[in-house]
Design a protein around this ligand. Structure first.
Ligand SMILES: [Zn+2]
Length: 133
């Protein structure tokens, strides 16, 4: 699975977003160490705090299938009118990833022009909380 293939799966997942309030669609594709891929889209709620991000949807789907070893995640997002902005995981998602992923876990994002950026989890969350696991 190449980074570009993972990004394309995230783009496809983005179409499944339920985002009637923000109209901001996000898609994520999570690559497991065994090669399986789990996708997710953001799911908003009338009670805004019940909203969940695409990244955590993908991660929770994977963990609920007993997957706990991950290589990388692709994340994309946009409003109906596409911009050149990149979509980065929020702090809650980074902390959630921190629970299961190594510091060198790769996070890939792309904008609507096809420009790609890659980071490690450690770069985006240098001091994540941990109980020592
Ligand atoms: Zn998030």
């Amino acid at each position: 699975m190449t980074d570009l293939e993972l990004l394309n799966l995230a783009v496809n997942a983005m179409e499944n977003a339920y985002s009637p309030y923000s109209e901001f669609k996000v898609g994520a594709a999570l690559l497991c160490e065994n090669g399986d891929v789990y996708c997710g889209a953001n799911i908003e709620n009338s009670s805004y705090s019940a909203t969940i991000c695409a990244e955590r949807v993908a991660l929770f789907k994977a963990v609920s299938d007993r997957q706990t070893s991950f290589k990388s995640m692709a994340v994309v997002g946009c409003y109906p009118v596409k911009t050149q902005d990149f979509c980065y995981p929020c702090g809650v998602c980074l902390q959630t990833l921190r629970e299961f992923c190594a510091p060198d876990f790769k996070i890939i994002t792309a904008n609507s022009l096809g420009d790609i950026k890659e980071f490690t989890l450690k770069e985006l969350l240098p001091y994540g909380f941990s109980l020592g696991r």
